[in-house]
Design a binder for this molecule. Structure first.
Ligand code: FA5
Length: 337
């Protein structure tokens, strides 16, 4: 019957919008069907009544289906790709349009330079402890210098590393046998670090650093400068001068801030102000750091450095805001393909 079919379509769309599905039996479309009986010719009433009852039975099954679905909460595989849980494929860009993130490309390039200079590449970790973040690095307990690193901490007291220097102790211990064999310890550690920072064009809360550690006999500041100069010239692909100015880090003595002569691409003019760019910290590894890693500082000396990778990449390409890197802005990212 045509009017029953029409009523069914109208009922279904009302049903779909109802929060309490049982209210469908009180829907105006349902009432109109029963009221309509009066207008049906007596000889057709039996067939009409049956059709209305059949529809009512069907509507009951709609309600039952929804209630059953509410009862069984299907478990989802939280490790599965989104498509499995969502039931439909997410719309990905075609792979031909994808590329490595510029920071990945640059980190690989940076590591390649250090490897050619004889450094091994090690990974850091994204959760660490007080010993590696502070104690092994000669930060006495309650020392105000701990406050310079606004760390994120778990309830259990674990720390999201605020710098890659957390790896100094592990690297020295891991490669102590190099020293016994007359070889230096020379490693770099590029990885993510986390700070509770106020964000601006040069400050992110999550960013990358690269730590360098070199230990041997009779290492001096001259070796540190030569290493950094060679690296910087290679990275920026031009001969650049470096400058060390005195600074304070508990884990190096003496400690320096490390600046480079601005690469041409980043020079606005030839003024003295435009000449230098600060990149990171460095210094000679503090005797207490050597001792906490089991080395005799009377026998072994070394240097360490740590610089911000985003800042280095920003300087190389003239990027004005560090937040571009994590923005997922394709217009920005595609410039590096
Ligand atoms: C350190 O983190 C020391 N661990 C560096 C070091 C290593 C010194 C070894 C001596 C020996 P500092 O807090 O200054 O130092 O950070 C080093 C570099 O990380 C900065 O010069 C900058 O390039 C980068 N950096 C620091 N904070 C941020 C931030 N919020 N966003 C982006 N880059 C940052």
């Amino acid at each position: 019957m045509e009017e029953i079919e029409k009523a069914k379509i109208a009922l279904r769309s009302t049903f779909d919008t109802l929060e309490d599905k049982k209210q469908v039996f009180k829907a105006p479309e349902m009432r109109a069907l029963f009221d309509g009986m009066r207008e049906i010719a007596p000889e057709d009433r039996a067939a009409y009544g049956k059709a209305v009852n059949d529809l009512k039975t069907e509507v009951k099954s709609w309600v039952a289906d929804i209630e059953a679905a509410d009862e069984v909460i299907e478990s989802i595989d939280v490790t599965a790709p989104q498509a499995i849980n969502a039931g439909s494929a997410p719309s990905f860009l075609p792979s031909a349009q994808g590329s490595q993130h510029p920071l990945t490309t640059e980190i690989n390039y940076i590591c390649d330079i250090f490897q050619r200079m004889g450094f091994v590449v090690e990974e850091s970790r994204e959760i660490d402890d007080d010993f590696h973040m502070f104690e092994s690095l000669n930060f006495p307990e309650d020392h105000p210098a701990r406050d310079d690193y606004d760390t994120f901490m778990t309830d259990e007291g674990l720390i999201a590393p605020a710098h890659t220097s957390t790896m100094q102790n592990r690297i020295i211990k891991k490669y102590t046998s190099n020293l016994d064999a007359g070889e230096p310890i020379s490693a770099v550690v590029p990885d993510r670090v986390f700070r509770n920072e106020d964000l601006d064009a040069t400050h992110e809360h999550t960013f990358y650093q690269i730590e360098g550690i070199y230990v041997s006999k009779a290492v001096n500041v001259g070796n540190l400068i030569a290493t950094l100069e060679s690296y910087m010239s290679e990275y920026f692909r031009q001969k650049l001068k470096t400058k060390l100015q005195p600074f304070y880090f508990p884990f190096t003595e003496p400690s320096f801030e490390f600046a480079i002569e601005r690469p041409d691409v980043l020079k606005k003019d030839n003024s003295e102000e435009q000449k230098w760019l600060e990149l990171g910290g460095c210094g000679m590894i503090h005797p207490n750091v050597m001792k906490s890693a089991g080395l005799d500082p009377e026998v072994y000396t070394g240097f360490a450095f740590g610089f911000g990778i985003e800042r280095m990449v920003m300087m190389k390409y003239g990027i004005e805001d560090v937040r571009h890197f994590e923005s997922a802005n394709l217009k920005f990212l595609r410039q590096f393909r």
